[in-house]
Design a protein around this ligand. Structure first.
Ligand code: KG4
Ligand code: ZN
Length: 365
């Protein structure tokens, strides 16, 4: 197919209201014509996490603005759009419903095809949007809401090798920051503190490494950090700057170590498929962490696997990934209609056992 396909994507599954336009003609690199993200950090700041009702209301208020802005930045009229793609799950249900209703309204009003997209597929297909990574590749999603290993076989077929059974790593970074009085989001502040810390001072646990498989757990790590902090406070009456830095460095080293060791296992499983150009791709805000990134790159080098990480603004929640995933579905003939439903849970691999736990994005897929 040589025809250009241009898709408007809409994302509202957590705390980012996003719209984007992506164009692709087969054989060429996809083009992101616009990528608008309205964050909600300020709205939730006082509550220590995303409040679903506030998020849903903010999405409903901002979605049409985000769409208008995305169209204006792309310099296109709706007559030049071939399909509307929208995140139909998994995520906070009020937000997902806001996006699906907006997309249905546009599709019905403009007589355009509607394509529902799995938010996780959006993340998982991003290496194809940014680097045209060929299938199959191994994907590690590590964010505030997700943590799973997926083999991407095609735009529709994914095998989940494992995932967190409780918190996502970004949540653990955010909780660590909260426990130590550091700013939110916790990832960047913990990483900055850790830079002057001693990672060997506290021997934090490496949960689930003693068990086979690729599942992960981060809630015990957070509890261990709380105990270490409380022990210091009761011994010394408070934390010094160095204590804080050492706690952060030791915590970060534990997360990096667990992710690296589980990645090595996931890579071994993936390599059994004999991919011709083996690649590990990462996405999610936690992939911005330099210690974690370096640990993952070391594992890849040792196993002869290429490492790719999309630019941060495409690693975190955005609508360009939804437009692109919708574009792949649309090109292969997928169409939804007005019966498209918003789904709080939508596992990419429905043969894998359901994950336990619920993070800041609600129940994990
Ligand atoms: O992908 P993302 O923007 O949103 C979702 O959760 O979907 O990821 C945000 C998470 C937050 O928990 C944040 O603390 C974490 O990513 N994060 C980091 C770093 N930058 C952001 N974690 C560790 N190190 C970082 N440098
Ligand atoms: Zn996400």
């Amino acid at each position: 197919m040589t025809k250009n396909i241009t898709v408007l994507g809409i994302e509202s599954s957590c705390d980012d209201t996003a719209a984007a336009v992506v164009r692709h003609s087969a054989g060429a690199a996809p083009d992101i014509l616009s990528n608008v993200v309205y964050g909600q950090t300020d709205l939730h700041a006082a509550f220590g996490g995303v409040v679903p009702e506030i998020a849903a209301r903010a999405h409903a208020e901002k979605l049409d603005l985000a769409v208008g802005e995305a169209m204006a930045q792309a310099g296109l009229g709706f007559a030049q759009i071939d399909a509307i793609a929208v995140t139909a799950g998994p995520g906070l249900i009020g937000g997902v419903m806001s996006g699906v209703m907006c997309a249905k309204g546009l599709a019905a009003g403009l007589d355009l095809p509607l394509v529902g997209v799995n938010h996780l597929a959006g993340h998982a297909l991003t290496p194809r949007l940014t680097d045209q990574t060929p299938f199959p590749y191994l994907m590690l999603l590590v964010s505030g809401g997700h943590c799973q290993f997926l083999i991407a076989h095609s735009a529709e077929k994914f095998t989940r090798l494992g995932g967190t059974i409780d918190d996502a790593p970004g949540e653990a970074f955010d909780k660590t920051a909260r426990l130590l009085g550091l700013a939110q989001p916790g990832g960047p502040s913990v990483e900055a503190e850790a830079a002057s810390g001693d990672a060997s001072r506290f021997a934090f646990p490496r949960p689930l490494l003693d068990r086979p498989g690729c599942d992960l757990s981060f809630s015990g790590l957070k509890t261990a950090l709380l105990r270490a902090r409380d022990a210091l406070v009761s011994d010394q009456g408070g934390l010094t700057r160095q204590d804080r830095a050492d706690l952060c460095a030791s915590f970060q080293a534990a997360v990096a170590d667990v992710l690296a060791k589980k990645t090595a296992r996931a890579l071994a499983r993936y390599l059994e498929e004999n991919p011709s150009a083996p690649t590990l791709a990462v996405a999610g805000g936690v992939a911005a962490n330099n210690t974690i990134r370096a640990a993952l790159e070391t594992v890849c080098t040792a196993q002869g696997v290429a490492f790719t990480a999309p630019p941060l603004k495409l690693c975190t929640d955005n609508a360009a990934m939804i437009a692109y995933a919708g574009l792949e579905r649309f090109r292969s003939g997928h169409r939804d209609d007005m019966t498209l439903v918003a789904r709080p849970r939508w596992p990419l691999d429905d043969r894998a056992p359901a994950l336990l736990g619920s993070g800041k994005k609600g129940a994990k897929a």
